[in-house]
Design a protein around this ligand. Structure first.
Ligand SMILES: [Zn+2]
Length: 309
């Protein structure tokens, strides 16, 4: 009696542990990063802290509210007071994270502080800012998803499938988080004369850097492909990760991604950075080096794209 009870107990335990194992597997398939950050309020107060420490080159901009009413906030690092002249446009680099709210890497929310530190020392970052360059940070693009530890926004929509891609005849921007950011980027382009040169949207967990197109297997035009490859190869050298298009690396062709939007709308060298599960946060220094090298390429006019100088 006692023995059969123990056997039954053992079988139940085995079933329960198998179930929790398969649950963990599904979390991996959903590409949960395995890296946990502070709640969004803490991230907002960190951003305020950077603004207070570097007021002369830092602005915070709230560009809307999420579905659940959280502020959508970006930080702009660059020299203020540049007049917009017809002949001068300011290069801008876009760094975003947690478009998928459960793919936080703890890189996207520490890069701003590192860039600010470099702005105060002799570096490619300082040179870039002195020449009028701008860094635009949105550490948490999907704050409801982030606080709820969910891939989608509070309407249950995948925000990396909600960007306009005209060339694919795809209409996005059904969600406030994507629409408000795209509207703000469009207006900053006009008011500050920003020219979006490169963008990275931080995700998890493939261990690769992805470039356009994501919606089709058609390759980019030669010049643009070379520009993307030059930045992707830098990432490979520094971070020891793979690179390719979404289709080449993942075998599917999603429409409505951030990188297809930035590339098709602005001619930007646009990437999805897919960090490594549970460990990408160890490589902050390498990510900083990557951004230094990207800034340096722009300083030296070495990042040529078809639609940009
Ligand atoms: Zn993702």
């Amino acid at each position: 009696m006692r023995t059969s009870f123990l056997i039954l107990f053992g079988v139940v335990c085995a079933l329960v542990s198998a179930k929790s194992y398969s649950h963990d597997r599904s979390r991996l398939v959903d590409s949960d990063s395995g890296i946990f950050g502070p709640d969004y309020k803490k991230i907002l107060s960190q951003m305020q802290g950077w603004r207070d420490s570097y007021p002369e080159i830092t602005q915070l901009l709230d560009y809307g509210k999420s579905v659940q009413g959280r502020p959508l906030r970006m930080m702009i690092v660059g020299k203020p007071g540049w007049q917009l002249d017809a002949w001068f446009e300011r290069p801008a680099l876009i760094i975003t994270g947690s478009t998928h709210g459960n793919e936080y890497l703890n890189i996207e929310d520490r890069l701003p502080a590192e860039i600010l530190k470099l702005s105060a020392t002799r570096s490619a970052v300082q040179e870039y800012i002195e020449a009028g360059g701008v860094y635009l940070f949105v550490p948490i693009l999907n704050p409801d998803g982030y606080d709820n530890r969910a891939r989608e926004n509070a309407n249950g929509v995948d925000l990396n499938r909600d960007w306009d891609v005209d060339v694919a005849q795809f209409k996005g921007f059904k969600q406030i988080e994507t629409r408000a950011l795209a509207t703000k980027l469009g207006s900053l382009r006009e008011t500050m004369g920003l020219q979006y040169r490169a963008s990275v949207d931080y995700h998890c967990c493939v261990g690769a850097v992805l470039y356009p197109w994501s919606y089709t297997s058609n390759p980019l035009p030669g010049t643009d492909l070379q520009a993307h490859l030059s930045l992707a190869k830098l990432a490979k050298e520094l971070l020891n990760i793979d690179y390719g298009t979404t289709g080449e690396i993942l075998g599917y062709y999603p429409v409505g991604t951030t990188k297809d939007y930035y590339y098709s709308e602005y001619g930007t060298a646009a990437f999805t950075y897919e960090g490594r599960y549970g460990s990408e946060n160890q490589y902050l220094g390498k990510h900083v080096e990557w951004w230094e090298k990207i800034s340096d390429k722009i300083n030296k006019h070495e990042l040529r794209m078809t639609r940009l100088p």
